[in-house]
Design a protein around this ligand. Structure first.
Ligand SMILES: [Zn+2]
Length: 449
C-alpha cells in the first residue's frame, strides 16, 4: 500500500556547487514541504502550493521553524575505533600500534562488534549523518555486525572488511588469499542488498604485502561497482615507510595506481603531503581526496590543501575519521575544516561547507542520484536542524542579518545538539531506541552509472 507523508519546515538543499554557481547553487524555501511516497521524495516546494495537492490521509509532520536539509554524509570513519577516540599523545604510526590495533582485536567477537555497530550507527544518526563510508576491522564478524545493524535501520551505508597482512599484530592479520576470499563473499552477501554497499578496503600500503595489494586490485577489477577505500599521505613517517616498502612506483599514489586501486570510486583518506605528480595521478584517475580535518589536527598530521585539489581538478570529500577524528558531527567537522583552510589563507563559506557534507559528498561517492539533495526521486534521508539549539547560538543569532550569516553560525558553532530529528527513507529515527528488524526492503539500484 502506498504511504504518503509530508514533512514541513524551512528547507535548504543544493542543486549545484556554490563555489562555481554562487547563489544559484542552493534552494531555500521559508515555509516548505517535502512530499514522501514510500520512502522516496515525490515533490518539494512551497507549503502553500503542495499541501492542497496531498491525499486526505497523508500524514503531515510540522517542524517549523527548524531547518530541514538532506541527511549528512561522512566519507571516511572506522567502526572499531569508537573507544579509540580521544587517545592521548601520539602521531599516526604510534597511535595505530598503541591504541588502535589493541582495540580492533576485540572486534573478533561478534557480540563486541554488534555492540559497537549499534552505538556507532545510533551516534551517526543522532548527529544527522545518514550515509557513511566505513572501515570495519579485519574480522568478517565486524562487517556482518555493521551491515546487519544498518539493514535494521534501513540506512544507506558503504562498508568493508579491512585487509591487512603485515606490520600489525598477528590477531589482526589475514593473508592475501583469505582477504580476497572473505571480501568476495561479503560483496556477494551484502553489496546492493537493501541499501548496503561494499567498499574494498586495504588499510594502507604499509599493512599489505604486494600479494595482498594485487588481490585488492583484482577485487576492484572484478567488482567495478564497489568503492575502494584506503589511506594515503597522512603522516611523514608513514610516507617514508610506504615508499621504502614499495620503491618502484616513485611515490605513494603510484603504488595504488600500480595495483589498480586508484580510480574514480577510490576514496583516498587524508592526501595531506602530496607531490605534484601525485596530484596529477589523482586528477587523471578521477580519485577522490578525503579531507578529515579533526583527525588531521588531532594526530598532528598536517593541513589539507583544498584550493590545490580544486586547482588540480581532484574531487574532494569530507569526513570525520573517527577515531583519529574527535567528533561524529559533520557540522563540527566543517568548523575545523574552516580553521585548517584559514591557516593556509583559504576560506570556506557556510554554503560551501553545507554543500560539502550533503550533495558534495554524495557526488564524490557517486551516490548523488540517490542521496544528498531534496530532488524528486531521491531517498528521503533528512536532518532537521535547530540553529538556535544552544544559548550561545541563540544569542549570536539575534544579530544575524541574512541566511549566509545564520548558516555560518550553524557551521561554526553547531554539532549534534542542533539535530532536532533525523529521517531515514522518510521514517523518523529515534537513536535511543533499538530498531525492530525491518522487512527486507526492495533493493534500490545503486550503480546505474
Ligand atoms: Zn582513517
Amino acid at each position: 500500500m502506498t504511504e504518503t507523508k509530508a514533512i514541513r519546515g524551512r528547507l535548504l538543499w543544493f542543486v549545484d556547487d556554490p563555489e562555481t554557481a554562487g547563489d544559484a547553487a542552493h534552494r531555500h524555501v521559508e515555509d516548505g514541504v517535502i512530499v514522501i511516497v514510500d520512502g522516496l521524495i515525490e515533490a518539494v516546494g512551497e507549503a502553500s502550493i503542495l499541501l492542497p495537492t496531498l491525499p486526505a490521509d497523508a500524514a503531515i509532520v510540522d517542524h517549523r521553524p527548524h531547518l530541514i536539509m538532506p541527511g549528512f554524509i561522512d566519507a571516511h570513519l572506522h567502526l572499531p575505533q569508537t573507544q579509540v577516540i580521544a587517545s592521548y599523545g601520539a602521531q599516526l604510526m604510534e597511535w595505530l600500534a598503541k591504541f588502535t590495533f589493541v582495540e580492533e582485536q576485540k572486534c573478533a567477537g561478534p557480540a563486541h562488534a554488534r555492540k559497537l555497530a549499534r552505538f556507532f550507527l545510533n551516534e551517526l544518526l543522532a548527529s544527522g549523518t545518514t550515509t557513511a563510508a566505513i572501515y570495519c576491522s579485519v574480522h568478517v564478524a565486524s562487517v556482518e555486525a555493521l551491515f546487519t545493524e544498518s539493514q535494521a535501520r534501513n540506512t544507506r551505508m558503504i562498508a568493508g572488511k579491512v585487509m591487512m597482512d603485515r606490520n600489525a599484530p598477528a590477531a589482526l592479520t589475514d593473508t592475501a588469499d583469505t582477504a580476497y576470499a572473505d571480501s568476495k563473499a561479503l560483496i556477494a552477501r551484502w553489496h546492493g542488498r537493501g541499501r548496503q554497499l561494499y567498499a574494498i578496503s586495504p588499510r594502507f600500503v604499509v599493512t599489505s604485502t604486494p600479494e595482498q595489494m594485487a588481490a585488492a586490485g583484482r577485487l576492484a577489477a572484478e567488482h567495478p561497482q564497489c568503492h575502494v577505500q584506503t589511506h594515503i599521505n597522512e603522516n611523514r613517517a608513514e610516507i617514508a615507510f610506504a615508499n621504502e616498502l614499495y620503491p618502484e612506483p616513485g611515490d605513494y599514489a603510484g603504488i595504488y595506481q600500480h595495483f589498480g586501486l586508484l580510480g574514480a570510486r577510490s576514496l583516498m583518506g587524508h592526501c595531506i603531503h602530496m607531490t605534484d605528480r601525485e596530484w596529477r595521478r589523482f586528477a587523471q584517475a578521477g580519485a577522490v581526496a578525503v579531507f578529515c580535518p579533526t583527525s588531521n589536527l588531532f594526530l598532528g598530521s598536517g593541513l589539507f590543501d583544498w584550493a590545490r585539489a580544486k586547482a588540480e581538478g581532484v574531487p574532494v570529500a569530507v569526513a570525520t575519521d573517527i577515531g583519529g577524528g574527535t567528533s561524529y558531527s559533520m557540522l563540527r567537522t566543517m568548523a575545523e575544516a574552516y580553521k585548517v583552510l584559514q591557516l593556509q589563507g583559504q576560506s570556506l563559506s557556510a554554503f560551501a561547507a553545507l554543500h560539502a557534507i550533503t550533495r558534495g559528498n554524495a557526488k564524490a561517492l557517486k551516490l548523488d542520484h540517490l542521496v544528498g539533495s531534496l530532488e524528486p526521486g531521491h531517498e528521503a534521508d533528512l536532518v532537521v536542524l535547530d540553529p538556535a539549539a544552544t544559548r550561545v547560538m541563540a544569542h549570536r543569532l539575534e544579530t544575524a542579518r541574512d541566511l549566509a550569516e545564520e548558516l555560518f553560525v550553524l557551521v561554526t558553532l553547531g554539532d549534534e545538539r542542533n539535530v532536532a530529528a533525523t529521517y531515514v527513507m522518510g521514517e523518523r529515527i529515534d537513536a535511543d531506541r533499538e530498531p525492530s528488524p525491518q522487512p527486507s526492503t526492495p533493493p534500490v539500484l545503486a550503480n546505474s552509472r
